[in-house]
Design a protein around this ligand. Structure first.
Ligand SMILES: C[S@@+](CC[C@H](N)C(=O)[O-])C[C@H]1O[C@@H](n2cnc3c(N)ncnc32)[C@H](O)[C@@H]1O
Length: 240
């Protein structure tokens, strides 16, 4: 589907906004990156689902022999710094064609900010059952429903959609959270091994504030116990 007919794709194909390099955004990125396992066996293979311009793909490329980056935002993927062990595949993860179901075998799959955007996340779960090898792992990170972070993020996207004349908001949200995705994954032999939350301060709000305030917010965030109360929730799943 072309960008003109798919506002989500068009949105993610646009170059990153300045707020994405703010201290809070970098802090958020580092917090999420710290969840990626580093106990990786030799020659292990990973896939980054919804890789965009490769913020996490490049981290995976340091630890895994080969990393596949999958996304439908091809312009964003082209901005990814080239690395010899990264292979990019342009695909709609909501409608992965049947011939791809058996074409990948990976030890680790990463999905940051993806599951909540897919109209049919259950289909991706079924594909992951095929792609992830037994004892392989999946890390899912999603913005937590009901948080100020997600409400502000969605309000900003709605405003931007109105300003740019999109007929529908550029970000689809399927209403799913870790609590609803976990049973879907369990029915595809991906069992929850660990869950938690990260980044306590509402990142989407603070990334627009002066840098000094962001620095204070980060220090405050680091000093508190965040389990159960973060902007993002994560689940680490093991393939049976
Ligand atoms: C919130 S961004 C997260 C990007 C990256 N994981 C990160 O955290 O930096 C979601 C990504 O998923 C991609 N995406 C959303 N729906 C998709 C679909 N149906 N098929 C493929 N990619 C999709 C978007 O293009 C975007 O790059």
């Amino acid at each position: 589907m072309s960008d003109a007919r798919n506002p989500v794709k068009a949105f993610f194909n646009k170059p990153i906004r300045p707020s994405a390099s703010s201290p809070i955004s970098r802090y958020t990125h580092a917090q999420i990156a710290s969840l990626i396992p580093d106990d990786v066996q030799e020659r292990a293979i990973a896939v980054d689902l919804g890789c965009n311009d490769g913020r996490y793909t490049s981290i995976l490329a340091e630890r895994f022999e080969i990393v596949y980056g999958l996304d439908f935002a091809q312009a964003a993927m082209r901005r990814m710094p080239k690395q010899r062990n990264i292979r990019l595949i342009a695909v709609d993860l909501n409608t992965i064609p049947q011939h791809m179901w058996l074409s990948l075998k990976v030890d680790f799959a990463l999905a940051v900010g993806l599951f909540e955007m897919l109209p049919n996340p259950d289909r991706l779960c079924r594909v992951l059952e095929e792609w992830i090898v037994p004892r392989g792992r999946l890390l899912v990170v999603m913005p937590k429903p009901g948080t100020l972070h997600l409400r502000a993020l969605r309000a900003m996207f709605a405003l931007r959609a109105a300003a740019t004349g999109f007929e529908q908001p550029p970000l689809y949200h399927n209403g799913h959270s870790l609590a609803t995705v976990t049973p879907m994954l369990a029915s595809c032999r991906l069992d929850l091994a660990e869950a938690g939350a990260c980044v306590g301060v509402p990142a989407s709000v603070f990334s627009r504030l002066p840098r000094l305030i962001q620095a204070l917010a980060i220090r405050f965030d680091q000093s508190r116990e965040k389990s159960g109360s973060g902007c993002y929730e994560f689940g680490l799943y093991i393939r049976q």
